[in-house]
Design a protein around this ligand. Structure first.
Ligand SMILES: [Zn+2]
Ligand SMILES: [Zn+2]
Length: 148
């Protein structure tokens, strides 16, 4: 989702509604998130924002992204030892997460969008959607592995 004005407005409105003050720093972080393709990590966003606001701290970026994620405006991708990445694309799609490099690749699959939610999951709360995470070793890492 690159440089989309209506997406930016949508995020800003949601932040305002949640009572989050729209500081210049936060605006820059959100703008950068929307302009970054794929699934940026906190470190990547920090690096990009720092070019415009040299005084910004990693902690500010981290906390802002946590707030956005808590509000469901961006989605954390991957887990465990990998760097957590964030997804600004909330349209239904699924991920192939590479166990080696931690990269998350998007794919869409209407069959997966409509899988029945198990009763055990519904018992835990109100279900808003499902997202499937396929884990494995991506083609790029596979290629590197055979070349060495
Ligand atoms: Zn990989
Ligand atoms: Zn994604």
């Amino acid at each position: 989702m690159a440089g989309n004005d209506s997406a930016l407005k949508c995020l800003m409105d949601a932040l305002r509604e949640a009572g989050v003050k729209l500081t210049h720093q936060r605006l820059q972080i959100v703008t950068e998130l929307l302009e970054t393709e794929g699934h940026p990590s906190v470190g990547e966003i920090y690096g990009a924002v720092r070019e415009k606001i040299p005084s910004i701290s990693l902690d500010t970026v981290y906390r802002t992204m946590r707030t956005l994620s808590g509000l469901g405006l961006i989605q954390p991708v991957g887990s465990g030892s990998e760097r957590i990445r964030f997804d600004t694309d909330l349209r239904p799609h699924h991920h192939f997460v590479c166990c080696v490099c931690g990269e998350a690749y998007d794919f869409t699959c209407p069959d997966l969008d409509s899988i029945p939610v198990p009763r055990q999951a519904e018992a835990l709360g109100s279900v808003r959607g499902t997202r499937v995470e396929v884990r494995g070793v991506c083609n790029r890492c596979l290629k590197k592995g055979t070349a060495e």
